[in-house]
Write a protein that binds this ligand. Structure first.
Ligand SMILES: [Zn+2]
Ligand SMILES: [Zn+2]
Length: 363
């Protein structure tokens, strides 16, 4: 899929990124009229162009898909947003999905009976703390989903019965219809409405699932979150989405990881950042501080002569990189505060200190 469309969808439609829905519609109509395969038989490329155009239109005319495309690009449409590219071997299958069937004659394509489609992919999200990022964590999730019916093993048949040939399509799984559209009249082949393209129908349905082959169930799953994940990462659990009917494999479950913000640390790759404020005397003389870490706490030695903005390092207390490895460090920016109010005694001491330094700055 990635290689099939490498142009920007807005460019394909010839509109700019701020185009309104009506601009998108009218541009689609204009361009589609010119390259519709029923119109431009002379151009062998017209099918591809038309599909590309229609795909761009399908995405950009749907606010959810458009947002998703704007933010994350074409890849984001692989899952969620109601589009699943996974089961499609080519872009033509993809467009057939949008059209609910292929264009019958212009390309002389032979259509096959549709095979059982695999279960739908599902999405969910889990939140983890920065501490869990450091160590990795197993999270339990509960999913309400359709799974293969155990009464019929997903066949939809009452045990001991068989399917029979669909009378509507004569077993081909396809019906043809003449359709009028804004491009004119053309013939469309679509999946048979009675058998859903299977060519066969269930006469005596399984009583447990009413012939669907799928039944609702709540399932508890464990998702292993490896150390080092980033906020927004997605973990794919193969076969943990919706069950497939009629022997098809189950869909996948995509688990989005949300890393909760931390009170003390911000994360930059493997390193954690924080800021501490010390007094000017501590900065000059040096001090030791007790600081929190993801694993408890540590003592930080602030050397004498520390300057405002100096960054101190606590090695190995950060987080590991995404694909495993050594943990990064905690980087501590030091801020030095100058007292705003001084007592008489403090003023005297500082004055004599200043006199002693005789105008010498940080030496
Ligand atoms: Zn069943
Ligand atoms: Zn049929």
């Amino acid at each position: 899929m990635k290689n099939d469309i490498d142009r920007d969808l807005y460019e394909i439609l010839g509109v700019d990124r701020s185009a309104s829905l009506s601009e998108i519609k009218s541009s689609y109509r204009d361009k589609a009229r010119r390259c519709h395969p029923d119109v431009s038989h002379h151009d062998p490329d017209s099918e591809r162009k038309f599909k590309e155009l229609t795909f761009a239109y399908e995405v950009l005319s749907d606010q959810d898909k458009r947002n998703s495309y704007d933010r994350w690009g074409l890849d984001s449409l692989r899952t969620g947003a109601g589009v699943d590219f996974d089961g499609f071997s080519s872009i033509s299958d993809l467009f057939d999905m949008f059209f609910g069937g292929g264009f019958a004659d212009p390309f002389g394509r032979r259509r096959q009976r549709s095979s059982p489609s695999r279960g739908r992919d599902m999405e969910t999200a889990v939140s983890i703390t920065l501490g869990e990022v450091a160590r990795g964590v197993d999270k339990d999730i509960e999913m309400r989903k359709k799974v293969t019916c155990d009464g019929c093993d997903g066949t939809g048949l009452l045990p001991g019965t068989h399917t029979s040939r669909c009378g509507t399509c004569g077993g081909s799984g396809q019906v043809r219809s003449t359709q009028r559209s804004m491009f004119g009249t053309f013939i469309r082949a679509g999946a048979c409405p009675d058998c859903g393209g299977a060519g066969e129908v269930v006469r005596e349905p399984c009583r447990q699932c009413d012939g669907a082959g799928l039944a609702w169930r709540t399932e508890c799953l464990k998702v292993k979150v490896p150390p080092g994940v980033e906020d927004g990462d997605t973990i794919r659990l193969r076969g943990k989405g919706e069950g497939g009917a009629r022997g098809a494999r189950a869909g996948d479950l995509y688990v989005r990881i949300n890393v909760e913000p931390h009170d003390v640390f911000s994360r930059q790759g493997r390193n954690l950042h924080t800021t501490v404020t010390i007094g000017m005397a501590e900065a000059a003389l040096g001090t030791e501080l007790e600081l929190p870490s993801l694993d408890g706490g540590f003592k930080l030695k602030v050397p004498s002569g520390t300057q405002p903005g100096d960054v101190l390092k606590e090695k190995g207390n950060g987080v590991p990189p995404r694909y495993g490895g050594r943990r990064g460090d905690i980087l501590i920016s030091v801020d030095v505060s100058i007292p705003k109010k001084l007592s008489t005694r403090e003023k005297e001491l500082l004055s004599s200190f200043a006199a002693m330094r005789n105008g010498k700055a940080g030496e």
